[in-house]
Design a protein around this ligand. Structure first.
Ligand code: IPM
Ligand code: MG
Length: 357
């Protein structure tokens, strides 16, 4: 398998290094891996004046999977928009057509007390958000800031979805539900936005192919409320790019540990980009205290969705559970008073747990 490794900025390189230790364990067992490290985001702007250099995009195109760290930092926030690190990620998603973004939000029993919600509301929580990732207001035209006839500045973005874009991600939602508890909640804002009326209509059409899945619909404002009121009512949520961006951050916080959650962004040919849900955390970069577990769990998703090796994915998941059971905690997931371990000590512990059968 060919893997493009894109550590990026901030804590990205530190946590990717730990994930690579985990990959080395499997390589040692005979998994054939061809890895290539490339620049993306701020580091790519520094070195190539481009947040997605042509050679990085080419390496990603030639790969079976992309292991992505994190991008961004305050030093880049004042650059022109095309040079900002985020543009690198958005262009990569679009160029590779990574339209299906899977964002699981699971509460690890060992960490239930770390949630900002009461443990009895979140314990056992297991939600999968399927977010459309290459359409919507993120990419719609026209866009920009211009002047109107009165000489006043006007900002414009366009929320747009075609039928085919909705249909293909809806299939992902239904299939994810089929593999789980067979309930799918489609989130839209059809009471106000025509784009999302079409979203609802198309999701209903697709549902006829999945009679075994129970489909419900929810308006996005209600969904945001239900996620903190009674999050366990959800199994799979399917929604558009913008609503999915917001709801997935909200859902991740229910788990108490944004440092624990991986994600996958997939295209039709099975190429996937695997990254933690959290960002580059420039405030703690370089201090060796970042939690590498979301990045390590991204390897698990890579095994599951691109390598089609659920057996290896399960082993990674179990190793992570084991280190949590052993009481190992980085600072972000430690209860007050608990001792904490460094980024590399956490990675080493997962490696050690992997060799216990
Ligand atoms: C995410 C992030 C990105 C997004 C940013 C970094 C462009 O928030 O992956 O959720 O808005 O999609
Ligand atoms: Mg986001």
């Amino acid at each position: 398998m060919k893997v493009a490794v894109l550590p990026g900025d901030g804590i990205g390189p530190e946590i990717v290094a730990e994930a690579l230790k985990v990959l080395e364990v499997f390589r040692g067992e005979g998994l054939s891996l061809d890895m290539k490290t490339c620049d993306i985001g701020g580091i790519a702007v520094d070195r190539h004046r481009d947040p997605l250099p042509a050679q990085t995009l080419a390496a990603c195109r030639e790969s079976d999977a992309i292991l992505f760290g994190a991008i961004g930092g305050p030093q880049y926030d004042t650059l022109p928009r095309e040079l900002r690190p985020e543009r690198g990620l958005l262009r990569l998603r679009k160029a590779l057509d990574l339209f299906a973004n899977l964002r699981p939000a699971q509460v690890f029993p060992e960490l239930a007390a770390a949630s900002s919600l009461k443990p009895d509301i979140v314990s056992g929580l297991d939600i999968m958000i399927v977010r459309e990732l290459t359409g919507d207001i993120y990419f719609g035209e026209p866009r920009g800031i211009s002047h109107n006839s009165a000489g006043e500045r006007v900002g414009v973005n366009t929320m747009v979805y075609s039928e085919s874009e909705i249909r293909r991600v809806a299939h992902w939602g239904f299939q994810a539900a089929q593999a789980r508890r067979k309930t799918l909640c489609s989130v839209d804002k059809m009471n106000v936005l025509e784009t999302t009326q079409l979203w609802r209509d198309v999701v209903v059409e697709v549902s006829r192919e999945y009679p075994d899945v129970m489909l419900t619909h929810m308006l996005v404002d209600n969904a945001a409320m239900q996620l903190v009121r009674n999050p366990r009512q959800f199994d799979v949520i399917v929604t558009g790019n913008l609503f999915g961006d917001i709801l997935s951050d909200e859902a991740s916080m229910l788990t108490g540990s944004i440092g624990m959650l991986p994600s996958a962004s997939l295209n039709v040919s099975g190429l996937g980009l695997y990254e933690p849900i959290h960002g580059s955390a420039p405030d703690i970069a370089g201090r060796g205290i970042a939690n590498p577990l979301a990045q390590i769990l991204s390897i698990s998703m890579m095994f599951r969705y691109s390598f089609k090796r659920p057996d290896l994915a399960d082993r990674v998941d179990q190793a992570v559970r084991r280190v949590l059971q052993q009481g190992l905690r980085t600072a972000d997931i430690a209860q007050p008073g608990m001792p904490t371990v460094s980024t590399s000590a956490m990675g080493d512990a997962v490696v050690a747990a992997l060799s216990v059968h």
